[in-house]
Each structure stands twice: as structure tokens, then as C-alpha cells.
Design a protein around this ligand. Structure first.
Ligand SMILES: [Zn+2]
Length: 177
């Protein structure tokens, strides 16, 4: 639900940010984009959201410069995070961590590691091994102790997302429109 514009028009940056990412599904779409999902059909498969809703959320994110839409000559379309979009990773990380703390009794559902040295990242994104704050393309995400594969449908997109992988690395699945 969008906040009344009278509220967002006031000098509140949280309200402005929620205008973009506060609607239902939007942060899930952004999370999947970090996990390498790029195609409409793959977002639809993985998230099981109504296509009309997905269309409207993607349009908003492109209009706001969070995603780019690339159409190639063959008619295939890909959505990718922009630099502005990539800056949302700490938001996604923080909300996932909050969810793990309060709603995942068996532990972290997805762990972050530094791809170079395998060090675990702390909740601020610092590698426990080398001490650096790890940039998004060097973060590897993998199932943690609280991860339960039975929570997921078996489809190629979910399988790819649930395998250790670097953020932003594109998922390759048979072409879906
Ligand atoms: Zn490291």
C-alpha cells in the first residue's frame, strides 16, 4: 500500500524510500535480482506472484532507476540492478538478519561469505577472515543452518538460488518469456 503522498511529500527520507521499496513483493524482487534473476519469467516462477503485479513493480523499479531493462534484438528482456539498486543490499541484508533472529529458530537461512577467502560476513558485511567490508560482487550467498529445502519448490530458478553463488551472477535457465 502506497503511503498518502501528503506524507511522503514531507521531509522524510524513510517515507520517500518506502514509496519505492515498501510495497508488497518489491524487496523480494530486489532480493532475487541480487541472487541473479534477470528475466520476467524467472521472477514469476520463483516468487509466484501475479504477473500483473510483477509487471507493475518492475516498471516502478525501472522508472526509479533501481533496475535497468535491457531489450536485445531477439526480443529477450533482462532486468538488472543499477548502482543505485545495488546500494539496497544492506537493507535486504538487515531485514533478512532480523527475520533470522526473530523468526528462524534453527538459525540463519542464508549465510554470506567472502568469495575470495571463504570468510563468513558479520551483520555489517565485514569478512571475519580478512576484516574487509566486502563489496557486493564479492559476496557469496549459501544456505545456512536454518535453511530447509522443503520450504522451496523444485524449479530451476529456485535450485540455482539455493546453491552457493556470488551475488549478481546471472542465473542461466532455459529461456522463459
Ligand atoms: Zn575476506
Amino acid at each position: 500500500m502506497t503511503l498518502p503522498s501528503t506524507y511522503a511529500d514531507r521531509n522524510c527520507s524513510l517515507a520517500r524510500a518506502l514509496e519505492i521499496v515498501g510495497e508488497r513483493w518489491t524487496l523480494m524482487i530486489i532480493r532475487d535480482a541480487f541472487f541473479g534473476v534477470r528475466r520476467f519469467g524467472d521472477f514469476a516462477t520463483q516468487l509466484k506472484i501475479p504477473r500483473a503485479v510483477l509487471t507493475s513493480r518492475l516498471k516502478l523499479l525501472v522508472r526509479e532507476g533501481v533496475l535497468t531493462r535491457d531489450d536485445d534484438a531477439a526480443g529477450s528482456v533482462e532486468y538488472r540492478l543499477t548502482a543505485k539498486g545495488v546500494e539496497l543490499w544492506p537493507v535486504v541484508r538487515a531485514l533478512m538478519g532480523w527475520g533470522d533472529t526473530f523468526y528462524s529458530p534453527s538459525g540463519v537461512k542464508r549465510a554470506e561469505r567472502h568469495d575470495r577467502d571463504g570468510g563468513l560476513l558479520d551483520h555489517e558485511g565485514r569478512c571475519q577472515d580478512c576484516g574487509s567490508v566486502v563489496p557486493v560482487p564479492e559476496i557469496r550467498i549459501e544456505p545456512g543452518p536454518g535453511f530447509d529445502p522443503d520450504d522451496f519448490d523444485r524449479d530451476p530458478v529456485s535450485d540455482a538460488i539455493n546453491t552457493p553463488r556470488r551475488l549478481l551472477e546471472p542465473i542461466t535457465t532455459p529461456h522463459a518469456r
